[in-house]
Design a protein around this ligand. Structure first.
Ligand SMILES: Cc1cc2nc3c(=O)[nH]c(=O)nc-3n(C[C@H](O)[C@H](O)[C@H](O)COP(=O)(O)OP(=O)(O)OC[C@H]3O[C@@H](n4cnc5c(N)ncnc54)[C@H](O)[C@@H]3O)c2cc1C
Ligand SMILES: NC(=O)c1ccc[n+]([C@@H]2O[C@H](COP(=O)([O-])OP(=O)(O)OC[C@H]3O[C@@H](n4cnc5c(N)ncnc54)[C@H](O)[C@@H]3O)[C@@H](O)[C@H]2O)c1
Length: 481
């Protein structure tokens, strides 16, 4: 790591605030272009994704989902009826998070030649950034070309009566807990809610989900939430929809939590998780010093440059375009290339849609896999979104169970697929798959959507027999009539 006193000048071509997956990738692209780069991090290099989000959650989900899959395989089912080895699952989660130590990622950042500053970064004016270390010491950095804000997001907990006293779980506690609570209430039916309900129910907790809307996973096609709810219920979870939490309290310091609902029901639990969305980490970032609103999401153009600025970039969760690691890393590749091109005046900027300096996929082809049992995966627009955007579309659905590959994958396979076809351009605007083992199918759909492959040409993309991918053939047959 850079010895701060050893830095001759606090001037860099690029200053990156926040070393999550996105900040790391902006730094990587900037360094690859030969730009000197400082990276400021106030917690762990690797960010939320590595320590309290993607990595621990997927490490926890994998055994739960693998067991559910195995229980549907003839000849194997009887061997996997028992409980999971909780200690081993948690130990594997700890391994995947490197025991919440960032040495490996520090080594990587150093290897690309970026200078690391530990502390809280704040804007103090145009291209000016201060770094406040844990001991209160302050450093000042100047960016010759660009400052990239990559500070991510944090969990939002609603301000309910009694909330502070119950010490609620957020995604951080839900992904790093050291033991399984006996009873867990999960508030929120979005992605974090369903994935964490799946984990803790699978590890032995009695889970109750409190969902204020009418369905789970409201941003996906309705059948995604329906199939995930059905499986969670079969696994023993209780799902309450159309209800809101009105107050919470905890008996004593470590006693049970009481949750009051607006339909009059009271729930008792050992822990309560609020999986109720995210807020940008911009409240203490000095945004006011550059004419921006503290605490706001940062609105950017397709090169990830903040509206109205020629030097400030906001990349990843903090720009609220798509709160996903892979999409933030895509933005980082685009923003890094744009920063380098603008700094060096060459090559010419390519900001037209799908150009080298335009994160066009953010609008057209954002893929997401929800790692529940069944998995739910989508890219692009849902039918409702496509219609609301004014496209003339047709949705084609197919029962995933009616494909030879799914019957072989699991006994009693349940799943569904939908493609949304733009009838004017004859390309796909969106695709959704829900079913066991479909996560790896999604990239085929992403290529079709991002590549704007005509349905007539997709007909020539032959899926191997007998894979679940043959659902493509069935969807296209239905479309062609
Ligand atoms: C439970 C959970 C599971 C998830 N699972 C997935 C998944 O499976 N796949 C997926 O694609 N996405 C997933 N996500 C979303 C994913 O975690 C985020 O999209 C991703 O972490 C965003 O990366 P980022 O670099 O923008 O921000 P972050 O990962 O939040 O990193 C931001 C970094 O900036 C630092 N920072 C903040 N403010 C300052 C400051 N002032 N000075 C210095 N440093 C600062 C923070 O400490 C942090 O290290 C999940 C999210 C959650 C909550
Ligand atoms: N596998 C993955 O790709 C993955 C996994 C986890 C998280 N993520 C990302 O992280 C982000 C955050 O996930 P999330 O689930 O926290 O947010 P979310 O926005 O997906 O879901 C939050 C849900 O909580 C509900 N809600 C909000 N306030 C509420 C309240 N006061 N009471 C009850 N319900 C309330 C919302 O209506 C919404 O349905 C998502 O955008 C997602 O893309 C991705």
């Amino acid at each position: 790591m850079t010895d701060l006193d050893g830095v001759k000048s606090g001037e860099y071509d690029v200053v990156v605030i926040g070393a999550g997956p996105v900040g790391e990738n902006v730094a990587d692209r900037a360094r690859a272009a030969g730009l000197s780069t400082a990276v400021i991090e106030s917690e762990l290099i690797g960010g939320e994704c590595s320590y309290w989000a993607c990595m621990p959650s997927k490490a926890l989900l994998r055994p739960v989902v693998a067991r559910a899959d195995a229980r549907r395989v003839a000849g194997l089912s009887d061997a996997v009826q028992g409980p999971l080895d909780v200690d081993a699952v948690l130990a594997h989660r700890d391994y995947e998070t490197s025991h919440w130590k960032d040495d490996g990622q520090v080594g990587w950042l150093e290897s690309i030649g970026a200078d690391i500053y530990r502390g809280k970064g704040r804007l103090t004016g145009v291209r000016q950034v201060s770094v406040t270390g844990a001991d209160g010491t302050e450093r000042h950095l100047t960016a010759r070309h660009a400052v990239a804000v990559c500070t991510g997001s944090r969990a939002v907990v609603p301000s309910l009566p009694g909330i502070a006293d119950v010490r609620p779980w957020t995604s951080r506690e839900a992904t790093s807990a050291k033991e399984v609570p006996g009873r867990l209430v999960v508030v929120g039916g979005g992605v974090v809610g369903v994935e964490m309900a799946t984990v803790w129910q699978g590890l032995g907790a009695e889970v109750t989900m409190v969902v204020r809307g009418g369905q789970l996973l409201p941003r996906m096609e309705p059948f995604a939430g329906e199939l995930v709810a059905e499986a969670l219920t079969e696994a023993g979870a209780r799902i309450l929809t159309g209800v809101s939490t009105t107050a919470v309290s905890r008996a004593g310091h470590d006693g049970p939590v009481t949750v009051e609902l607006d339909d009059g029901e009271r729930l008792e639990a050992d822990e309560i998780l609020f999986a109720t969305g995210r807020a940008p980490r911009t409240d203490d970032l000095g945004l006011d010093t550059v004419g921006l609103e503290p605490g706001s999401w940062l609105t950017v153009d397709d090169s990830c440059r903040v509206d109205g600025s020629d030097w400030l970039y906001a990349v990843g969760d903090v720009n609220h375009r798509a709160l996903l690691t892979h999409q933030g890393k895509y933005q980082a590749r685009i923003a890094g290339a744009a920063i380098a091109a603008r700094a060096q005046g060459t090559p010419p900027m390519e900001t037209d849609p799908w150009g080298a300096h335009a994160a066009t996929a953010d609008h057209a082809a954002v893929p997401q896999v929800v790692f529940t049992d069944p998995e739910a995966a989508s890219v692009g627009l849902t039918l409702a979104e496509a219609e609301a955007a004014g496209h003339r579309v047709r949705a084609v659905d197919h029962d995933l169970a009616a494909v030879a590959g799914s019957g072989l994958y699991a006994k009693g396979y349940k799943g569904r697929a939908r493609m949304v076809v733009d009838l004017d351009r004859r390309i796909l605007l969106g695709v959704t798959f829900v079913g066991p083992g479909i996560g790896e199918l999604l990239h085929s759909a992403t290529i079709a959507v991002a590549g704007e492959v005509p349905v007539e040409r997709l007909w020539h993309a032959v899926p191997a027999y007998p894979t679940i991918s043959e659902v493509w053939l069935r969807l296209l047959e239905s479309f062609r009539g």
